[in-house]
Every structure is written in C-alpha cells, then in structure tokens.
Design a protein around this ligand. Sequence first.
Ligand SMILES: NC(=O)c1ccc[n+]([C@@H]2O[C@H](COP(=O)([O-])OP(=O)(O)OC[C@H]3O[C@@H](n4cnc5c(N)ncnc54)[C@H](OP(=O)(O)O)[C@@H]3O)[C@@H](O)[C@H]2O)c1
Length: 116
Amino acid sequence: MNKVAIVTGASSGIGKAISHAMISRNYCVIANGRTIKKADFQNNNVVISNADLLDERTPKDLLDLAIKSFGDLNYLFVNAGTIESGSIHDIDINKMCKMLRLKVESSFRLIYTALQ
Ligand SMILES: NC(=O)c1ccc[n+]([C@@H]2O[C@H](COP(=O)([O-])OP(=O)(O)OC[C@H]3O[C@@H](n4cnc5c(N)ncnc54)[C@H](OP(=O)(O)O)[C@@H]3O)[C@@H](O)[C@H]2O)c1
C-alpha cells in the first residue's frame, strides 16, 4: 500500500514542490491550500483540500479526508505559513498575530490531532 501524506501550504513554493515530488514517487497526498485548483495536480494519488488552517475544524477535516481517501496517514508536512515583517512603525500588529496563529497555533493543532 502506498504511504499517505498531508502537505499544508501545497498551493505554492516549498509545499507545492514537496507535493509534486511525493506524487512522482507514488505517495498519496492530501494537498491543502486555500487557492489550490484541480489543474495544479492532475493525478489520482492526490486529493485537494481548500481548507483555511485558521479554522479550528480543519485538522480533523484533513485527517478524516486522508482516512476516507487513502485509508491511512503516514506523514504530515506542516509547511503553510506567511511572513510579516517591517519596522516597528510600519508593522501591522493584526497581520503579525494572524501569522503567529497560523505558524504556531494551527501547526500545533494539526500535529496534536494527527498524533492522537
Ligand atoms: N521561502 C523562504 O525563504 C522561507 C524562509 C523562512 C521560512 N519559510 C517558511 O516556509 C514555509 C514555506 O515557504 P514558501 O516560500 O514555500 O511559502 P509560500 O510560497 O508563500 O506558500 C505559503 C503557503 O501557505 C499557505 N497558507 C497561507 N495561509 C494559509 C491559511 N490560512 N490556511 C491554509 N493555508 C495557508 C498558502 O496557501 P493559500 O494562500 O493557497 O492558502 C501557501 O500554499 C512557510 O511557512 C514560510 O513561512 C520560508
């Protein structure tokens, strides 16, 4: 049976590259990103999810999707993230806190749910 991975941040950059590399090596992938389109991944071994990781329901939804689609979960790539930076005069504190919720809280929720 093929190994199954969830990859977050799969709509661009590192997560997209990881997803394509895994698919080409016959892994099954749940590729998550709010803006992923079907055309980005045309392969039977990939299932796309457009969930927002800031939604507390998303970790369980992703896990359920992996089990329903491929019957297992072996790898979790917690890769999604944004980078906010700037001088103290320019920085938007709300965007900064949203970045931290995504990078820290949503990552922890996803890992916690998968390990359970
Ligand atoms: N590239 C670098 O030099 C560098 C340096 C330091 C750290 N990093 C970190 O490494 C990771 C990957 O970097 P990258 O350059 O490949 O990033 P990227 O191309 O900007 O991709 C970020 C991914 O995160 C997803 N994402 C953002 N907000 C989301 C949300 N609320 N819910 C679900 N998905 C969300 C985006 O998908 P959608 O917008 O489609 O949802 C996108 O797929 C990031 O965590 C980044 O902060 C990168």
